[in-house]
Design a protein around this ligand. Structure first.
Ligand SMILES: C[S@@+](CC[C@H](N)C(=O)[O-])C[C@H]1O[C@@H](n2cnc3c(N)ncnc32)[C@H](O)[C@@H]1O
Ligand code: SF4
Ligand code: SF4
Length: 328
């Protein structure tokens, strides 16, 4: 049957700080909520699936599943099946991190975000495991996984369920044996956003002096990923007026090549998009083309991340403008 519905609403669950939401489209504040003011209370898998099935029934009868779906890119016409099992779990209920990127939401009040104690997720997941598909993708967000006490146990829990697809972004400051193990078995996509090829810029962006340590850890992850055929990816977030020159990007690429990295990606700093939508650096798109070219010359795969996609899309539809276009 063909109708408008959403693959995230059908099969995803997102454990945010103190709520559980059905998707990660748009901001957490507009996403349809399964639970608000949530502090780890136990619920059943049947309750969760019932809510998804009810939303699907509304969609089948031509109604909006939730009001926030109205103009969402993920609300689309398709031939949907009726399988509402959980196939995509995002874990982002903790905020502590061993790094201090100035662009991160946690930089606003590092002391608070580092001292916040997350609820225990394992008992919650244990209670809904009958509705989690072994084909599930598990994404960690956070915070940094190095500061998540349950990280190793969560990996074991999901591995015992047969899950083989873990997405793990990390600061890279602490080497994680469990992540190395996942990479060496081909079960993870791990990402480190170094954003630079030099120690001084790293210190400026990350507000910690750990460049060499992270590079050393990246090398170990690259070696593990090579064994398991997993993806270990180096990411560069373009930050206007901080690291948005060809020289800086070249330096980062040189480092990636020297480390034998096979996957690189780019993103764009999102606060800048919000604050300066009409002052996008004129070379933003060219920087990406440059990385794609060098990546392909060196046998690396390139991936464009969300906010850069948003920027490219917004430049086309007029939401964002290059700084140069403002000159008369
Ligand atoms: C909040 S972090 C948590 C995971 C991990 N600590 C890390 O940084 O990789 C999740 C992702 O958001 C990205 N991110 C954080 N702040 C951003 C910003 N202002 N603009 C673009 N990406 C950002 C990080 O690079 C990371 O890939
Ligand atoms: S259509 Fe958009 S807002 Fe609605 S559940 Fe899907 S992703 Fe979320
Ligand atoms: S490493 Fe991740 S969570 Fe930590 S400060 Fe940077 S972006 Fe935020």
């Amino acid at each position: 049957m063909r109708y408008k519905f959403c693959h995230q609403l059908k099969n995803n669950i997102f454990f945010a700080n103190n709520e559980i939401i059905h998707c990660c489209a748009g901001s957490e504040s507009i996403a349809p909520k399964f639970r608000s003011n949530y502090f780890g209370e136990i619920f059943s898998g049947e309750e969760l699936i019932k809510e998804k099935v009810e939303a699907q029934n509304r969609a089948k009868s031509g109604m909006l599943p939730f009001s926030s779906c109205k103009n969402c890119f993920s609300y689309e016409e398709n031939d949907w099946d009726d399988d509402c099992l959980i196939k995509d779990i995002s874990i982002s209920h903790w905020t502590a991190c061993n790094c201090n990127c100035f662009y991160c939401y946690s930089a606003k009040d590092k002391e608070y975000f580092n001292s916040r104690k997350p609820y225990d997720l394992l008992p919650v997941l244990e209670n809904i495991k009958s509705v989690i598909s072994p084909d599930c993708k598990v994404r960690f967000i956070g915070g940094d996984v190095a500061m998540l006490k349950e990280f190793d146990d969560l990996i074991k829990f999901f591995s015992d369920l047969g899950v083989k697809d873990f997405y793990v972004p990390t600061s890279g400051i602490k080497f994680l044996n469990v992540l190395e193990n996942l990479l060496s078995k081909g079960l993870a996509r791990a990402i480190i956003s170094l954003d630079t090829g030099d120690r001084e810029t790293y210190k400026k962006i990350k507000q910690v002096d750990c460049f060499e340590k992270v590079v050393e850890n990246m090398q170990k992850y690259v070696a593990a990923a090579k064994v398991g055929g997993a993806v270990f990816e180096a990411k560069y977030i373009i930050i206007p007026n901080v690291n948005d020159t060809f020289e800086q990007v070249q330096k980062w690429l040189d480092l990636c090549v020297s480390m034998g990295i096979k996957n690189v990606g780019m993103d764009f700093e999102t606060n800048y998009l919000v604050n300066c939508p009409d002052k996008i650096p004129d070379n933003a798109v060219k920087l990406e083309e440059f990385v794609e070219k060098i990546a392909s010359e060196n046998g690396m795969k390139y991936c464009r991340f969300t906010y850069l996609s948003q920027l490219v899309h917004g430049l086309e539809n007029g939401l964002y403008r290059f700084a140069g276009e403002n000159e008369v």
